[in-house]
Design a protein around this ligand. Structure first.
Ligand SMILES: [Zn+2]
Length: 69
């Protein structure tokens, strides 16, 4: 597992960029993950796609979880 800092580019406005830290699998070459992340500029959750596989518990946490943390 690796922690990577990833810069999210908001799909609604490409000038919206903000960093997030993700746990990803090291052996996830060629795998894409899609999840929702909070855009502070839009003040809502936006769909983000990365070219790594997230740790499963992180993915579940983000998909079903506690969005007001
Ligand atoms: Zn945005």
């Amino acid at each position: 597992m690796s922690k990577v800092t990833y810069t999210v580019v908001c799909p609604y406005d490409k000038s919206h960029k903000f960093p997030i830290v993700l746990d990803v699998r090291d052996d996830s070459e060629g795998v894409e993950s899609t999840f929702e992340e909070y855009c502070p500029f839009c003040d809502r959750y936006v769909r983000v796609k990365i070219d790594k596989e997230l740790k499963p518990d992180v993915e579940i946490y983000r998909r079903f979880g506690f969005r007001n943390y």
